[in-house]
Design a protein around this ligand. Structure first.
Ligand code: CIR
Length: 350
């Protein structure tokens, strides 16, 4: 039997500041409660995490790519509210002119930027998201992805490391080096993100560990390009080159309205998060100024151990906040220009 009535009771009777609580009104609930997507996704799959975790900021995940339309009376308002747009629409993918991106090194002396990372999420077309996915489907997706990744050449050529077979020591080393994902996010776990863990999970990386792919973490696929220092252009170009090669082998879930479809509605559109680990000890003493620059430039500051963590030693993880309603190139430019301003402010600070 579905756990939907119980989830609804928790949500409707509980106190919560989440977007789920705000937009899942009784009327919306009544309209959607008996709907089902072709892959079997239900409203319960979309609201489970937020109903079980009233401290969620968003609280909603999609059950599968089609869920964004089947449950749009809930998802559209959540998307518009989170992404601060008044319509769910998205321009076609545009990575910008790769030969003249205009991303000159931001920090030539290496004083501020510790490392740079750009990631995108992708979903396999025709497969559900974690709460609806079976172990078999996850395995299928893993195999498909490995086959595609194994065709990469040159700098991107690498190897797949399965979470099922790596030793705990290898796993810990990869976590410590900020390469590997973990299963410690309760909200994601309650959304079904760790179902069947560690089956069909793993990580692919090239010899230099500058290109990585996570398989069956929050999204079916996360492509990541990263390296030490602040050469944003080099990091971005590597990622774009990988995506272009991989999309010849794999078909990704995409909608004209939403762009690339991801499990969490916060990542829709470009799905792009471009971040730096940046050392700004002076601004760290005055977080108000830092937060204002971030807000003005549509950037999101986090601690370096991921979302909802504190800064350590004046080092922050700062990234673009907007992912929907702009192109990949524009999202990159927002991050680049904002970080430039932060470095200037740190230089000017007493
Ligand atoms: C929340 O609602 O607060 C969580 N479900 C996280 C939302 C955004 N973060 C994410 O997807 N990693």
């Amino acid at each position: 039997m579905s756990d939907l009535p119980e989830l609804w009771k928790k949500l409707s009777e509980g106190e919560s500041k989440s977007l789920l609580k705000k937009h899942c009104t009784k009327e919306v609930y009544e309209k959607l409660k008996d709907k089902k997507s072709k892959l079997g996704g239900t409203l319960a799959d979309c609201i489970r995490s937020g109903a079980l975790n009233l401290n969620s900021g968003v609280g909603v995940y999609a059950c599968d790519p089609e869920g964004y339309e089947v449950f749009k009376e809930l998802l559209d308002p959540v998307i518009m509210d989170y992404h601060k747009v008044d319509k769910v629409e998205h321009p076609p993918c545009d990575f910008g002119p790769q030969d003249k991106l205009g991303f000159d090194p931001l920090d030539a002396t290496g004083e501020f930027i510790v490392s740079t990372r750009v990631r995108v999420g992708r979903s396999h077309e025709g497969y559900p998201f974690p709460p609806v996915s079976t172990d078999e489907q996850r395995k299928d997706m893993e195999n498909k992805t490995i086959a595609a990744l194994n065709t990469l050449e040159g700098e991107l050529k690498g190897k797949y490391y399965s979470l099922e077979t790596m030793t705990p020591e290898e796993n810990q080393q990869l976590i410590d080096d900020h390469f590997m994902f973990k299963n410690d996010d309760k909200m994601l776990g309650d959304a079904g993100g760790y179902n069947g863990w560690p089956k069909a999970r793993g990580i692919f990386f090239n010899d230099n560990k500058t290109f990585l792919c996570w398989i069956n973490e929050e999204d079916h696929l996360r492509f990541i390009s990263m390296q030490k220092g602040g050469d944003v252009g080099e990091v971005y170009k590597r990622l774009v080159s990988a995506i272009k090669q991989l999309e010849k082998k794999l078909t990704f879930a995409y909608s004209k309205r939403h762009g690339y479809l991801t499990f969490c509605p916060t990542n829709l559109g470009t799905t792009l998060r471009a971040s730096v680990h940046i050392k700004v000890p002076k601004l760290a003493k005055n977080e108000e100024v830092l937060n204002k620059i971030c807000a003005d430039n549509k950037l999101q500051p986090r601690g370096i151990h991921g979302e909802h963590t504190e800064s350590v030693g004046g080092v922050y993880d700062i990234s673009n906040k907007r992912r929907l309603g702009l192109t990949e190139y524009q999202a990159m430019q927002e991050m680049y220009n904002g970080i430039k301003e932060i470095i200037q402010a740190e230089k000017n600070a007493k």
